[in-house]
Ligand binder design. Structure first.
Ligand code: NAD
Length: 472
C-alpha cells in the first residue's frame, strides 16, 4: 500500500527521464508528451517473481476484501477521471468529448466495479443422494496481460480487474504506442493494492513475446491482432498457459430491405466511426439492400463530412487522428486501392494535413464489392466500404465468408426478422440496430480468427480461474 507523498500529477509519477526513457508523441500534434520507461526481459522476470510472491497473500484476502479494494479503485479512477482522460486523449488521440476519452475512463470505473460486485459461487454439478460434486473457481496464479493501442485503458481494465477479483496477481504489458495510459491507470490501481500485485512492464514486442512464453505465468489475456495471437498460441505449447485471445475483426453489418434509414443513421455512423474507426468490434464492411442503398450512403456521407474532427483536447471534436503512422499508411493504402479499382469515394478519401500529420478524413466508399482489399482486410481506421446487395441469403453468405468472427450487426424495422438473420451469422456477438455496444454483464469474445475465450461478467471471472471439482 503506498503511503508516501504522491507526486504532483499521475504523469509525474510514471515517466522516466529523457536519458533512459522513450519519447511518446501526442497523437495529434506529434510533440513529445513525456518519456516512458523502457522495461526489459530482466524487468519482466523481476515483475513475475514479485507477482508470484504476492499472490498467496492476495488470494488469502478473500473475495470480500478484494471486492472492497476494487470498489475503492473504481472510486479512485472516478476521482482522477479528468487527468486520466486528458493523458489518454493526448497519447491515444481520441477526443475528450463524444464516445471517446472521458467515456473510456468512465468505462474503466464501471468495469472495475462490475468485477468487484459480481459473485462466482461454487456450483453443484452432480448430486444423486449417494454422490455429490461441486465445481469451485480457484485463483490461477499470475496472469500476464498484453494489450493494444486503441482502447488502452479500458482493455487493460478488462484484463486486470477480473484477474485481481479472482485472486490472481497481474503483470501487464501495454502496446508500445500507448504505455503512458496504462502506466497511469496502474498508478491509480496501485494506490490501493499491495506491492507486487499489479506491475506494468512497458516493453516492446520482444518483451511481449517473453511474456507469452514465460514459465512463471499461468494465463495470458491477449488483445491485439490475429497474427500476434497465433504466435501466442505457439508459445503456450511451451508453458501451457491458459489463453483468452481477443483478436482482430472485420465486422459486417447487414441493412435489411426497406429499413427506415433516418431511424438507424446515427447508430450506423457510430458503429463505423467510434474511436475514429480504430475499434476491434466496429463496423468494417456494410452490406446494404438495394432498396435503401443510396439513402444509407447519403446519410453516412453527410455525417462523415460534418462530424467535428481535430485535436482531442479541443472541446467539441468527436473524431481524432489515426493513432500511429503504420495504421495511417494502412488506411491510406486501402482507400487508394479502392479508388483505383473504380469504387466511388463519397466522403473524405484523403488525409487532412491541416489538422495534423496523422489525420485522415472520415471516409465513405460506395460501389465497392468483396474482393477489394478495403472490404476483405481490417482497415482499423475512419473509413467504411458500403456494399450493395439484392438477396439477403447472399449478404449473409458474404458476411460469413470472412476468416474473422468478432462482431456483426443486422439493421431492420422488424426486430424478429433481424434476430432470424442474426442467428445465421458467424460472430461472437450480433447486435440489432446498433454495433459495438458493450456491457460489463454481457459476455464478449470472438469466433473463428477473432480468437477464443470470453470476457466480462460471470463468464469473464470464470475465465481467469482454475476450475476445481470437489467430489464425494
Ligand atoms: P498487435 O498484435 O500488433 O499488438 C498487440 C500487443 O501485442 C502489443 O502490446 C504488442 O507489443 C504485443 N506483441 C507484439 N508482438 C508480440 C509477440 N510476438 N508476442 C506477444 N506480444 C506481442 O495489435 P495492435 O496493432 O496493437 O492492435 C490492433 C489489433 O487488435 C486489431 O487487429 C484489432 O482488431 C485488435 N483488437 C481486438 C480487440 C478485441 O477485443 N477482440 C480489441 C482491440 C483491438
Amino acid at each position: 500500500m503506498s503511503t508516501t507523498t504522491q507526486p504532483a500529477t499521475i504523469l509525474d509519477a510514471i515517466t522516466a527521464d529523457e536519458a533512459t526513457g522513450r519519447p511518446i508523441p501526442d497523437a495529434a500534434t506529434r510533440e513529445t508528451i513525456a518519456y516512458a520507461p523502457v522495461h526489459t526481459v530482466a524487468d519482466l522476470d523481476a515483475a513475475v517473481a514479485a507477482a508470484r510472491a504476492a499472490q498467496p497473500a492476495w488470494a488469502a484476502l478473500g473475495h470480500g476484501e478484494r471486492s472492497r479494494i476494487l470498489n475503492a479503485i473504481a472510486d479512485e479512477i472516478e476521482a482522477n477521471a479528468e487527468e486520466l482522460a486528458v493523458l489518454l486523449s493526448r497519447e491515444q488521440g481520441k477526443p475528450l468529448d463524444g464516445p471517446n476519452a472521458r467515456f473510456e475512463v468512465g468505462a474503466c470505473a464501471a468495469w472495475t466495479r462490475n468485477a468487484a460486485d459480481t459473485v462466482v459461487e461454487p456450483e453443484v454439478v452432480f448430486e444423486d443422494g449417494a454422490a455429490r460434486a461441486e465445481l469451485h473457481y480457484e485463483p490461477l496464479g499470475v496472469v500476464g496481460a498484453i494489450g493494444p493501442w486503441n482502447w488502452p485503458m479500458m482493455i487493460s481494465v478488462w484484463q486486470i480487474a477480473p484477474s485481481l477479483r479472482m485472486g490472481n496477481t497481474v503483470v501487464v504489458k501495454p502496446s508500445e504506442y500507448t504505455p503512458l495510459s496504462v502506466l497511469a491507470l496502474a498508478e491509480v490501481f496501485n494506490r490501493h493494492l499491495p506491492e507486487g500485485v499489479l506491475t506494468v512492464i512497458a516493453g516492446d514486442r520482444e518483451v511481449g513475446a517473453a511474456i507469452a512464453a514465460h514459465p512463471g505465468l499461468d494465463k495470458i489475456m491477449f488483445t491485439g491482432s490475429t497474427a500476434t495471437g497465433r504466435r501466442i498460441v505457439e508459445s503456450s505449447a511451451q508453458n501451457l498457459a491458459r489463453l483468452t485471445l481477443e483478436l482482430g475483426g472485420n465486422d459486417a453489418g447487414i441493412v435489411l430491405p426497406d429499413t427506415d434509414v433516418s431511424a438507424i443513421a446515427e447508430n450506423l455512423f457510430w458503429g463505423c466511426f467510434i474511436n475514429t474507426g480504430q475499434t476491434c468490434a466496429s463496423l468494417k464492411r456494410l452490406y446494404v439492400h438495394d432498396s435503401v442503398y443510396d439513402e444509407v450512403v447519403d446519410a453516412l456521407a453527410g455525417m462523415a463530412r460534418t462530424m467535428p474532427m481535430g485535436r482531442g483536447l479541443d472541446a467539441g471534436n468527436v473524431l481524432g487522428p489515426v493513432q500511429n503512422e503504420k495504421q495511417f499508411d494502412v488506411v491510406r493504402r486501402l482507400v487508394d486501392d479502392a479508388r483505383n479499382r473504380g469504387a466511388r469515394v463519397v466522403a473524405g478519401g484523403e488525409p487532412a494535413p491541416e489538422l495534423g500529420p496523422l489525420f485522415y478524413r472520415a471516409t465513405v466508399v460506395a460501389d465497392i464489392d468483396d474482393g477489394a482489399a478495403l472490404v476483405d482486410e481490417e482497415q482499423f481506421g475512419p473509413v467504411i466500404p458500403v456494399i450493395r446487395y439484392t438477396d439477403v441469403d447472399d449478404a449473409v453468405a458474404r458476411a460469413n465468408a470472412s476468416e474473422q468472427g468478432l462482431g456483426a450487426s443486422v439493421w431492420s424495422n422488424d426486430p424478429d426478422e433481424a434476430v432470424a438473420v442474426a442467428r445465421r451469422i458467424q460472430a461472437g456477438t450480433v447486435w440489432i440496430n446498433q454495433h459495438g455496444a458493450l456491457n460489463p454483464n454481457i459476455p464478449f469474445g470472438g469466433t473463428k480468427g477473432s480468437g477464443y475465450g470470453h470476457e466480462f461478467g460471470i463468464h469473464g471471472l470464470k475465465a481467469v480461474s482454475a476450475p476445481k471439482v470437489i467430489s464425494r
